[in-house]
Unconditional design. Structure first.
Length: 129
């Protein structure tokens, strides 16, 4: 199990670096959109993986651990989110810090619900085939 989680964490961490950096460069702003994107996508994926793994007997415990604890744990960036929020505040951008914190929390929660709903839809489709 530990090796599965380690592999998932490595893939998640590299994915975080690639996706977050790509989004940040694409946006061309100092607002931490890369981290926001990673946290929202990670919330969606964790919601999907957990719900799907709960309902599907096709995923082994090792794969569940690799996808949830490993990949999603390595991919999402809550500590980076905290640092970037404080950095915005220290630079005097209190409005940006407030928006970033609010968007991160509320959009990530919405993404979690969307991931769960998507997993339900996939499971329903699998059952109908």
């Amino acid at each position: 199990m530990l090796w599965y989680i380690a592999v998932g964490s490595a893939i998640g961490g590299v994915s975080r670096y690639v996706v977050g950096g790509w989004m940040q460069r694409l946006a061309g702003t100092t607002f931490p959109i890369g981290t926001l994107t990673v946290n929202v996508v990670g919330s969606f994926l964790l919601g999907f993986f957990i719900r799907y793994a709960t309902d599907a007997s096709t995923l082994s415990p090792e794969m569940r651990g690799m996808l949830t604890i490993g990949f999603c744990g390595g991919f999402t960036t809550f500590s980076t989110f905290s640092h970037e929020t404080v950095s915005l505040m220290e630079s005097g951008d209190f409005r940006g810090a407030a928006w970033y914190a609010a968007l991160s929390v509320f959009i990530a929660l919405a993404a979690m619900f969307a991931g769960i709903a998507s997993a339900h839809a996939v499971m329903d489709l699998r059952r109908s085939i």
